[in-house]
Ligand binder design. Sequence first.
Ligand code: PLP
Length: 385
Amino acid sequence: MKTIYLDNNATTKVAEEVFEEIKPYFCELYGNPSSMHTFGGQIGRKIREAREKVAAILGCDPSEVIFTGCGTESDNTAIKSTLAAYPNKRKVITTRVEHPAVLSICRELDSHGYTVVELAVDRYGRLDIEQLETQLDDDTAIVTIMFANNETGVIFPVEKIAEMVADKGIVFHTDAVQAVGKVPMNLAKSSIDLLSLSGHKLHAPKGIGVLYVRKGTRLAPFMLGGHQEGGRRAGTENVPGIIGLGRACELAAKNFEQENKKVKNLRDKLEKAILEKCPDCMVNGSPENRLPNTTNISFEFIEGEAILLMLDKFGICASSGSACTSGSLEPSHVLRAMGVPFTAAHGSIRFSLSRYNTEEEIDYAIEKIPPIITRLRELSPFVTK
Ligand code: PLP
């Protein structure tokens, strides 16, 4: 059976070009870039090139790119290292809809006596920026607000927010794990101080991430040990991961507009067909400011898990809630924060596409999904019609 992979916000396929490029760095060119010998030292040049490619897609200077182990590490570092750099400040501002990589840290800080403000969102998943402005004060060490939501694809106006935060002299971090490669970025022209990205969301391998740190931003290192990454992140470099991420960024930047347009057209086709063919369903999240690849649809009266199992029988991969929260029966914290009714939040499915999806795959999904929904509704005790 063929696999129709519509779960690209969970992880993505490693691009063939990336795989080809990193292969030699496992069994042939396996040296340590910190070594004095040529065999290891030659790797340093490849890392420099990769750093330049990452900097190019972010629109920043290569010296502002720190390689980390994943998006979660970048998020954790951004928050904890800023707090360590400003020990007298005890307030953190975030939103209710962040990924657990940010929310868990914030909730831990709350239990350690920090003041943590979780900003609310409206029914469309949008932030009230004025609400943020009233919270910015001298005690605030960091504001951390995601670029784009992993569950709904809703994009926050982080550049505008960063300016507002910078005006008060406060550090601004954004989790851009879902946004890089899908939304154009020019960090040199923005007031964003810290930004997280993750390789495996943009066709690089798992286990590589980046923390962008604007020149001059105060940050106490999180990982201590060797002198890698200019002393800002200790630990022997994940050489294949770094080289792969560089290549993946280069590929994403190359056909940026065309590919995102193609993905958006496929996403819109899928979404439109589902809304037309399935009664009692709705899209969660602002339709205007959304990632081009994501749609989150609530199917009333049925369980998301049941839909996923039926989709799986036809080889269609999607998810209910984020990959990290699926498996639990709690409805997604993002949809609950948006005020999506309990019954609709329970029956929500996220479809997330990539440049590798084809029109045929979307047609196949459009053919299979409506009968699955009809069948599950026939079995549902909640349907009274
Ligand atoms: N932030 C967001 C918005 C994400 O979607 C994810 C992964 O799903 C992460 C952070 C964590 O990234 P990683 O899997 O690289 O740790």
